[in-house]
Design a protein around this ligand. Sequence first.
Ligand code: PRX
Length: 631
Amino acid sequence: MQITSFKQYEEDYKKSVENPEQFWGEVAQNFQWRKPWFKVLSWNFNEPNIKWFEGAKLNITENCLDRHLATNGDKPAIVWEPNNPEEESVTYTYKMLHERVCRFANVLKRNGAKKGDRICIYMPMVPELAIAVLACARIGAVHSVIFGGFSAKSIADRINDSQCKVVITADGSYRGNKQIPLKDVIDDALIGCPTVAKCIVLTHIRTPVSMLKGRDVWWEDEVKHVNDICEAEEMDAEDMLFILYTSGSTGKPKGVVHTCGGYMVYAGYTFSNVFNYQPGEVYFCTADIGWITGHSYIVYGPLSQGATSVLFEGIPTYPSPSRFWDIVEKHKVNTLYTAPTAIRSLMSFGEEPLNGKDLSSIRVLGSVGEPINEEAWHWFDEKIGHGKAPIVDTWWQTETGGIMISPIATVTPTKPSFATLPLPGIQPILVDENGNEIEGNGVMGNLCIKFPWPGMLRTTYGDHERCKQTYFSTYENLYFTGDGCLRDEDGYYRITGRVDDVLNVSGHRIGTAEVENAINMHAGVVESAVVGYPHDVKGQGIYAFVIYPEMHGEAELSKKDILQTVTRVIGAIAKPDKILFVSGLPKTRSGKIMRRILRKIAEGDTTNLGDTSTLLDPGVVEEIIAAAKKL
Ligand code: PRX
């Protein structure tokens, strides 16, 4: 199923559009099914109702583990690199990983979890995180992984939304030179989570924790009580595999639902092709498993293809900005898949951290999560790839399950800052505001997808109407991505950024409404408006305009209080980079905040603010501009 020439890409693409069922049916033959499907695809985008490989039975862990045992059992599946480089790295072969997953699957059962139950995972980037994810899949429980940077309140909201029964966590995590007390955060969250009966705690940083009798148990104790034999649960192709919460333009994150069969096929197919993965190679994706990139391209995609996946606990700059390059050298990494924000951050340290590092093992480079600017692209190409490693700029989303528009390494000619061409099976179209297709090349529009692909979301947990409204109602019969896009003269796609009220800060998706809600929870705040602005390292920074009428004491202190509030409500990742206190916000007569104006002010471009005469109080704009100049 691997594409090895551009001609083959063109042929496969053509086939995938002309006869999608045949195309995906053939791709799916490369996976292991307990029972075949009777229909490859049935769909409509109105309800929406999408089913892939209907009637088929499988367990994704048999594809990620069992099927490799006979021939590749001793091959490294996961290579774990700890936060502290002084500590030993740990390698799990497929055999070892299989054994650990089965054992932990039995622990889950022993703690009352069964097929269909939702399980929340809040863990550091340790091998046990991958083991926990796979153990859920093994028994047919639905995992909902929450990134370690989210607050107790965010966790509680997510746990309650999907009524999780079990939580898997650790005493704490390391992040550079910081320690984060994960169990403490979970304890705070669980005060408001009546559905959680059990909490399984891994010892990692050895910090004291409080263990609640009857609810909390230690991972290390539990695994002693069970054996390592656990037959995989038989799942329907359309049974739920996982939920992953992501931000949208409303204040409440949605639980994106992915199912077993289609997701597996799509993650595996795209991994194998986009990175041109070759047997025996070492692949390193620097994302966190708390995000979709980690789900699809640290765990499921690579393991389904029998690959060796590096799992890194730390951050790019600890203990020094050479860390990534040391890992590449140490583990002879062949593919490095990272985010533009990390590239820009490492670029800012100059070439010194690269001196003496052997990066000759690198064959393919990848970028994900946000638009990559040309400067960062060239630096990545020249300094890391030495001009010899193709860069795959992969565009996709939590909702798409896997990579959608991207070069295929060694096959597709690349172009800086372009995600280039759709993968086989993906039919992108650009539309104008009214949903009319914009045809031809050298055009810009809103990016939609007009035909289903196996990895697409099926619903948003507990609220199908929301899925319909968010993705399938803006334009009839199209999946709307929320991204703006350019198709250049060569037909190459370049994603220009979100066209809705979603920010992309360091590759993390954050809704402006969510941040506003959090800021507004501060007792002194009457109202706020949040917009994004260009940020050298993060891509986008968060700029908050805040009405805080009765400020006692210093403005700086009030800002700190607001940051603290946002950290408590959402998590540190959503902290505004700039806060500007204002006496009013630019609103239309109907009370709508004119974000367009605020965005311009945040960008520092006040030359052409457009028509402000429709504002309720046009004077407020001058006042905000004057205050912004002083910030
Ligand atoms: O705006 C696009 C941007 O990230 C959004 C999806 O965010 P999330 O669901 O968190 O998934 C991130 C990892 C897949 C998209 O709507 N985005 C993602 N990849 C790219 C990108 N923007 C430009 N170029 C990319 N390669």
